[in-house]
Write a protein that binds this ligand. Sequence first.
Ligand code: SF4
Length: 445
Amino acid sequence: MKKLSKTVAIGAAPPDRLPTDYLGVFTVESWREFLSHGGKVMGFNEKKAGIASRLFPGDRILCYLSKVSAFIGWMEVAGPSYIDAKPLWTDGLYPVRLPVRVMKGLALSNAVPIKSLQADLSFMRGLGGAGGWSIYVRSSPRRWSVADSAVVRDAVSRNAARALVESKKNANLPELERLITGKSVKVNFKTDSRVMRVIKKTEALLAQESAKVIGSYDKVLSFNKVTGYSVNVPIASTCRPTATCLQTCYFAKGAPSWKNSLKHQAAVQSLIKANCKAFAERVALEYDQSNLSFLRWNGGGDLFAESVSVINYLGRIRPDIVLWVVTRIPEFAAQIDELKNVFIHFSLDKHSLPRREQFLRLKPRSKNYFFSYQCEPDELPDPQRLGHAAVLFFDNYRPTGSVKPYKKEIVCPLNGKGDITETCVQCRRCFDGSAVAYEKSSSHK
Ligand code: SF4
């Protein structure tokens, strides 16, 4: 290790110098690596040797995550910069090293999206949705104004305080990676269905190509114009389809069944299995970045042990995040914790009505559940046989007869609608408590 330059003043700042503010840029990975090495050394590339040498102990560095565009904390410079060739980061050497002390750090799930500070940061104010501000967060160390730095540090402190309150509330949170007993999902059904075709396609694809790797710049959430953002996992390794699913599953045709979608779904499942907590934090970050007001869990695919762990963890640490969990698997649905912001939507059809009793016999941990009923093509079910469904879906959202026999409130507005764009965003019945309230009232009649 050698000192950076003999001509550069190092050590204590001049006595009359006030602490100066800078921005430090990380990726999600390099932030994790920084913490795993003790959170005491920041690195820059060779070209930054000059500016790094002008940082003094006590100067403040805001920690910004590039691409995800959020602040994860702030730190103070703890000593002079130096050159060191010891590898610390996987994406580069960054030999200009700076001793630092983290003053306030957040979990990814509580990071502060820069856009949430748009009204307060001087270089973003009045820009509306326009760009032009990204130059301020593109490189590091970059000098920032004291006022803008204070805005970020205040926001970080607010999120840290909120996280502390939540963690106290959750002091008895069972160990995250607890094992959830569930029977392994054995798929056994007809081979000439769209679901079977997509399962075979997924298996063949993953046998030929390694699963896509989702880097820190990729999104884990998917989007569709009807239900909005969702977590999607492969049908092939998670679903327990019924005969109705085989005929009607919307997720086994079109874009969700294309090669890239299948690879993304497989990668999402791998990430969930690899590290439940990290996945939960990543979902929280994307939820904040996209300014969502709800998130559908299982836009396609179904629950498995680790995804239940993620839901229980995320639902607790972020009670403001609304999770709409769609499932057909009683054992896993019953393991979801009672949380006000987590709504269990158990989907039934004429072949799976007994799953309602199976689910109830398992004494579900949460009372925040309801049932829906999915019709087969041309099916107009007997209203008495809907199994207390709080939401009714006709095949392809097209009823083949009058819907008058059914209670108006249970007929999903997607049925018979021309343009179904953003219907769930406007309706919200499945995740605003209305469907749960219907279930509670109807099951006592
Ligand atoms: S009832 Fe409302 S929220 Fe539920 S699926 Fe239909 S449109 Fe979406």
